[in-house]
Unconditional design. Structure first.
Length: 256
């Protein structure tokens, strides 16, 4: 077993109620870390479920909601050692038929929301002289175009750009910042995309799923745990010389 040296460390996960975020949360809990999970699905402003798990209502579209989370972290002396920003949304539509409000909604959460959350959380980390880790969940859509996903694709390109710029600026503080770029991962969001994307392309969700698997060189789509394992590595001492990187977890579907 590898000692990740995360026992007793405070991990703030943004968007851990389901899918990739939930696997990341559970993976850190298995390492005896203290996890604060901020997600719009939670009703309570801040709730202690145990000595090692806290849930907080977080609406990334509202700056005040992010500031409230910071307030609760300070009050409970939960200064992050690791920040993992997972939350994101998608809409399926072709560019020429796309709606401005859908584009704005995706950017509001995926880009502006991440910017606000990381600005406040990394300031909190740095103000306590913590040489921590910041990990953003981008996507292979931050490197490649995909039909019917123009808003999502451009937002994930922005996530990678913001990750790299933050890495450059906080390296002097000993804070390492990296992005993880998942490929086709079996999550509730992916299952919904297969329905919506299938309607756009006159395909059944099952046919889209078969097409998905056929594009992956290792022959299968990914699991949330596949992503969580890489996040755990980036949070560990094994990744002490990595910053500003966008690491693919795609089964070989994206190789750049």
């Amino acid at each position: 077993m590898i000692d990740t040296q995360l026992a007793g460390k405070t991990i703030v996960v943004i968007g851990g109620a389901q899918g990739i975020g939930q696997s990341i949360k559970n993976t850190f809990l298995a390492e005896d870390a203290i996890v604060v999970d901020g997600d719009i699905q939670y009703a309570d402003a801040f709730l202690s479920l145990s000595d090692s798990l806290y849930h907080a209502h977080l609406n990334l579209s509202q700056e005040e909601s992010i500031l409230q989370l910071i307030h609760h972290l300070k009050d409970n002396q939960l200064i992050p050692d690791v920040i993992v920003h997972v939350a994101g949304i998608s809409v399926m539509d072709f560019f020429l038929e796309s709606q401005t409000n859908d584009f704005d909604k995706i950017y509001d959460i995926n880009v502006r929301g991440m910017y606000l959350a990381l600005r406040e959380l990394v300031n909190l980390m740095a103000s306590h002289q913590k040489k921590g880790r910041v990990i953003t969940i981008a996507s292979q859509a931050g490197k490649n175009p995909y039909r019917g996903m123009s808003a999502y694709v451009t937002s994930k390109h922005a996530v990678i750009g913001l990750t790299k710029n933050l890495a450059l600026e906080v390296a002097k503080d000993g804070i390492l910042v990296n992005a993880v770029c998942p490929g086709i991962i079996e999550t509730p969001m992916k299952h919904r995309e297969r329905i919506d994307g299938g309607l756009l392309r006159n395909m059944t969700p099952e046919a889209v799923a078969e097409e998905d698997a056929s594009q992956v060189p290792i022959g299968r789509t990914g699991t949330p745990q596949d992503v969580a394992n890489v996040v755990l590595f980036l949070a560990s001492p094994l990744a002490s010389y990595l910053t500003g990187q966008a690491i693919n977890v795609t089964g070989g579907m994206t190789m750049h």
